[in-house]
Design a protein around this ligand. Structure first.
Ligand SMILES: Nc1ncnc2c1ncn2[C@@H]1O[C@H](COP(=O)(O)OP(=O)(O)OP(=O)(O)O)[C@@H](O)[C@H]1O
Ligand SMILES: [Mg+2]
Length: 295
């Protein structure tokens, strides 16, 4: 079955026979390219996996995928095969280490890069058929305001928007958040300052950003912390390893571990929101269990 054939509101399995627990889904987004999204996604996933969370990364930078490169993986099949109906999602799952799985995308394939709303929604629905026990899904999105980015962010429980202390990054971040809000009804996100030198620089960056939304009281933007500029990130990338495992005491690794611990305190998904969401069946099952207990 092609992704575009998976209809809204149905997966090939009607209910969740395994009664799997809800999954915390965190999308990593950012208006400008090169802010550090993919490195943050991969290292956050690694930190969570090292802490015992069963973690899955979806490389949702559909046209310019590089999660596999950062982790030194060589996928035989990718989301392109899933999109064409040649593989099921679980058949392209790769193991990135203990507690760490990866769904790879492809690089340089226009058809995948230009996936529209229906195909992206089909991909989100396809997650409902995964039998893997998963605690957290990290979604590394593409830069900017492509439809796929908004669909994946809307389908997540949490959105981390990555921003650098540069005018273009701040402006693109503001544009992305306005687009999310006005065109997709996304009303909540967390901002992570990336490649900054100090905590006060990160704080000032956050204050600068939220001033652009001082007249919008419906949009809830909170501060997720910061990742310092750190040469060890590049050193780890060159080794095809995570900075968390290669340089665990480095400033960036310490900051990402702190972020990972903070994410564990974020509210866990409780109930379905009525739109296209990852692992919605697991939420509906949880609601049904609650209702049975109450009645
Ligand atoms: N905290 C950091 N300190 C120093 N360099 C960093 C840091 N984070 C990322 N980088 C470097 O910045 C570059 C871009 O990183 P990355 O690919 O993670 O960004 P991205 O936002 O995912 O980019 P794209 O928009 O292309 O998807 C890489 O060369 C990476 O090594
Ligand atoms: Mg990236």
């Amino acid at each position: 079955m092609r992704l575009s054939d998976i209809k809204l509101g149905c997966s090939s399995r009607e209910t969740n026979p395994l009664s799997l627990s809800p999954v915390q889904v965190i999308a990593i987004a950012g208006g400008k390219g090169g802010t550090g999204k993919t490195n943050i996604a991969v290292n956050l996933a690694q930190a969570l996996a090292n802490d015992g969370k069963r973690t899955l990364i979806l490389d949702a930078d559909l046209g310019m995928a590089n999660v596999d490169v950062l982790l030194g993986l060589e996928p035989e099949h990718t989301l392109y095969d899933v999109m064409r109906g040649k593989c099921r999602l679980e058949e392209i799952l790769l193991t990135g280490g203990d507690n760490l799985k990866v769904i790879p995308a492809a690089s340089g394939i226009g058809q995948l890069a230009n996936m529209g709303w229906q195909e992206c929604a089909g991909l989100v629905r396809a997650f409902s058929d995964l039998k893997e026990p998963i605690d957290t899904l990290i979604v590394d999105t593409a830069t900017g305001i492509a439809e796929s980015v908004a669909v994946f962010c809307k389908a997540a429980n949490e959105i981390i928007v990555v921003v650098c202390d540069e005018p273009a990054s701040i402006r693109d971040c503001v544009s992305q958040l306005k687009h999310f809000y006005h065109d997709y009804g996304i009303t909540r996100c967390r901002v992570l300052a990336s490649k900054v030198d100090t905590a006060s620089e990160a704080n000032a960056l956050f204050q600068n950003l939220i001033e652009h939304f001082s007249d919008n009281h419906s949009l809830q933007i909170s501060y997720a912390g910061y990742i310092p500029a750190d040469k060890n990130i590049r050193k780890a990338v060159v080794r095809h390893q995570t900075v968390i495992n290669s340089f665990p005491r480095s400033p960036s690794a310490m900051a990402i571990k702190k972020l990972a611990r903070r994410t564990m305190d974020w509210p866990q998904p409780e109930c379905a929101g009525g739109h296209v969401e990852f692992f919605v069946e697991r939420l509906i099952d949880k609601e049904n269990i609650k209702m049975e207990v109450v009645s």
